[in-house]
Design a protein around this ligand. Structure first.
Ligand code: GDP
Length: 457
């Protein structure tokens, strides 16, 4: 039987310089091959078992970390399955990125204790050995659980409980109707159920969006600064960074390369990409800059549009505004120390975003900019510690899985499937949501024991 491939961070996240990602299962080596590039150019799958290899982990676009990969073919591994362990060196954030990349390439996130569960199921260790491993890590696990509970304060766990109660209600209704069709009718039920499921799905989507805000807080807001040449983008970046790093010139179009800076704005991290001005151009070098700028725009959490108020708005500005209409953007009216030739009303008409008057040169308006970003991304201060992140990823995966199951319910309704189809997917959603707040649906012995393990063990 083919087993699916699981992955998790096998080391403590807090305070450790390196992190090990463990991948186990039939496709472990294939998954590793798709994210790990050996220095020698060879493939991990061509290598003999129990060997260590040096190389890079990449996400298809960029190199994430320099790593060592340990190859252990089953049955000589902890789980008795093919296993690859990736030793990362880049700290918590990088370890997380590497894990996410592995998950995108065919592995799924391991349940707590799942590696040990597999070791047990594959006859590698017996139950009492498994239990002694459990004892050893229990203390740490309690800490992790506490962190995860801490994160699930109030609103989130309450919402999940409410949603679960609604889901359970529907399951119970369907079951009783199927049991006792004489007294409980399913007439018109599918469309009622559909409304309930859609409402619930919306709430889960909101929770997922919030978890992205969590990501943004922890990893930084990916920010792109745009504006026509000479608007003052480099100057703004310098002002924000607080030192002269970008090259400031007054020849149009000289900031040709894309610069990246991480800026800490009183606790908010901005990962800023400064780009060549977006505009139509014949210059090849500039074209690359512009093209890349457009690409960066697509992925940005935040776009800062710098307007040169000492000149009149022109075609460049109009084009930029058009690109920004569906983006999270802030408009900076720069060079407020000079006489204004820009019609703010015209901007407002074309692009309905927050407008702030600044001078990159005199360093004014920066507090307003900070406040606007804070408002946009932080609805109340949230604090993170390293131990929380792993549960975060798990919570997110469970929410996503619940949402997927609910979508299947809607699909079944649309396809006119019989009612017992709905309950299967509702039950799945119920289970996934329960796993977030620690309430499992099934509690057979094996699951009970292994669910007490922490991730990656
Ligand atoms: P970029 O092409 O958008 O990166 O623009 P730069 O940052 O290179 O700035 C172009 C020119 O405008 C430089 O001479 C800057 O000194 C000037 N500049 C930028 N911001 C301001 C400002 O707020 N006030 C004034 N007076 N000049 C500015």
């Amino acid at each position: 039987m083919k087993t699916d491939t699981i992955a998790a961070v096998a080391t403590a996240m807090a305070g450790s310089g390196i992190g090990i990602i463990r991948i186990s299962g039939d496709d472990a080596i294939t998954v590793a091959d798709s994210v790990f590039q050996m220095k020698s150019g060879r493939k991990l799958s061509e290598m003999p078992t129990h060997t260590v290899h040096y190389g890079y982990v990449h996400d298809g676009e960029e190199v994430l970390d320099e790593v060592m990969a340990v190859l252990m073919r089953g049955p000589k591994s902890y789980t008795r399955e093919d296993t690859v362990e990736i030793d990362c060196h880049g700290g918590v954030y990088v370890v997380k990125r590497v894990l996410e990349t592995v998950l995108l390439h065919g592995a799924r996130l391991a349940e707590p204790g799942e590696f040990t569960k597999r070791a047990f199921l594959n006859g590698r260790i017996d139950l009492s050995q498994a239990e002694s491993v459990m004892d050893m890590i229990q203390a740490k696990n309690e800490f992790a659980l506490k962190s995860s509970m801490k994160q699930l304060t109030g609103f989130v766990s309450e919402t999940i409980r409410e949603i679960r109660a609604e889901v359970l209600h529907e399951i119970a209704y369907i079951e009783s109707a199927l049991d006792d069709p004489e007294h409980i009718s399913l007439e018109g039920y599918p469309s009622r159920l559909r409304a309930v499921v859609e409402e619930i799905s919306g709430r889960i989507e909101k929770l997922l969006a919030d978890s992205d805000n969590g990501r943004i807080l922890k990893e930084g807001i990916s920010t792109v600064i745009v504006g026509k040449p000479n608007a003052g983008k480099s100057s703004l970046l310098n002002t924000l960074v607080g030192e002269e790093r970008a090259i400031v010139t007054d020849i149009a179009g000289t900031t040709r390369d894309v610069l990246e800076e991480q800026i800490n704005l009183n606790g908010i991290l901005l990962n800023v990409t400064d780009t060549a001005g977006i505009r139509e151009t014949e210059d090849v070098v500039e074209k690359i800059g512009v093209q890349r700028a457009k690409e960066y725009l697509k992925d940005a959490d935040l776009v800062i549009y710098v307007v040169d108020t000492s000149t009149e708005l022109d075609e460049n500005d109009f084009q930029i505004m058009e690109l920004l209409s569906d983006r999270n953007a802030i408009i900076l009216m720069n060079k407020s120390d000079l006489e204004s030739k820009t019609d703010a009303a015209e901007i407002k008409k074309r692009l309905d975003k927050r407008i702030i008057s600044v001078s990159a040169k005199e360093r004014t308006g920066m507090d307003e900019l900070e406040a606007a970003i804070r408002e946009m991304f932080l609805h109340g201060q949230v604090s993170f510690d390293d131990e929380i992140f792993i549960t975060n990823v798990r919570h997110k995966a469970a929410l996503q899985a619940a949402l997927d199951s609910l979508r299947l319910v809607v699909q079944s309704i649309e396809d006119g499937m019989p009612e017992d189809f709905y309950s299967i997917d509702l039950m799945n959603a119920y289970g996934e949501l329960g796993s977030i707040i620690g309430e499992a649906v099934e509690d057979d012995l094996v699951n009970e024991i292994f669910s007490k393990f922490c991730m990656g063990k």
